[in-house]
Design a protein around this ligand. Structure first.
Ligand SMILES: [Zn+2]
Length: 278
């Protein structure tokens, strides 16, 4: 992605220093896998606390080289956020609406949000309660090593997907989902939860459409990176990696194929009003 020299967002909150500029060694990735396997097998989330504590107790200082790489990544994230601000402000305006920009929190290991506490193990997320995106930059490395989705545009897709959740919040889709959650049993609700995630993938694709066709910051191979990332973080793929087989009922994000298609549809049409319904 041709991002260098482009505008950075004013809406980034850097909370990485709040844990002393330190990062977990190994405990991060291992903790994530242990936690996912444990909760999938037992449905028990109480052990999350242990994983978090384990992460906190195995800290080491970043090398100068890692620190520099992470700072470059922080700049990149800030530029991608600014690009989403420009695209969504314009699209909302075209549809007689006002785009309220979300804030993006960079954190390390653990963070507090209006949606509760979270660790890097939950991956990047959006909290509708405070309209903020939360990202631990180590996820970029995880995309490459665990999901085999490398490249800066893979990370751009992840950010655009979280911004997509913010757009859903502004459009009232999040309220619709909450209403369904209150009314339906878990397996019936799960279908809508998947559609909600696919909507966010579609919206990430709409952003990529403008990043490419209008702002010309998409390079050869970038779209493939995003599509590979969308495919890699599909629930079926994640489940195969963690438990060795696929249980469709437990899907909450959509399969690799569905996620890839949703992103591609958004990219091809570039239309907010064609967003698939819940
Ligand atoms: Zn999502």
């Amino acid at each position: 992605m041709l991002w260098r020299g482009r505008r950075s967002s004013d809406n980034v909150e850097d909370r990485r220093g709040m844990s002393g500029g330190r990062i977990a060694t190994g405990g991060g990735a291992a903790g994530i896998v242990i936690y996912i396997i444990y909760t999938l097998v037992t449905g028990d989330t109480s052990k999350l606390e242990n994983v978090i504590q384990e992460n906190a107790s195995t800290q080491t200082t970043l090398s100068a080289e890692d620190q520099a790489a992470e700072d470059t990544m922080a700049q990149f994230v800030s530029v991608v956020l600014a690009e989403t601000e420009d695209v969504w402000s314009e699209l909302f305006q075209q549809n007689q609406m006002t785009y309220v920009k979300p804030r993006l929190v960079l954190f390390r290991n653990q963070v507090q949000s209006a949606c509760g506490g979270a660790s890097s193990a939950s991956g990047p997320f959006y909290c509708p309660g405070d309209q903020k995106l939360y990202i631990d930059l180590s996820f970029y490395e995880e995309l490459r090593s665990r999901f085999h989705a490398s490249g800066d545009f893979a990370m751009a897709y992840v950010i655009a997907h979280e911004v997509g959740h913010h757009v859903q919040n502004l459009l009232g889709e999040s309220d619709k989902l909450n209403e369904l959650r209150n009314r339906l049993d878990e397996s019936a609700f799960n279908k809508y939860s998947v559609r909600f995630e696919l909507q966010a993938d579609y919206l990430a694709g709409v952003w990529a459409h403008f990043a490419d066709r209008k702002n010309h910051i998409v390079e050869n191979g970038d779209l493939e990176e995003a599509i590979r990332a969308a495919s890699a973080v599909g629930d079926d793929n994640i489940q195969k990696q963690t438990q060795g087989y696929v249980v469709p009922d437990a899907f909450t994000h959509g399969t690799s194929e569905e996620r890839m298609k949703a992103f591609q549809n958004g990219y091809e049409t570039g239309q907010l009003r064609n967003t698939p319904g819940l």
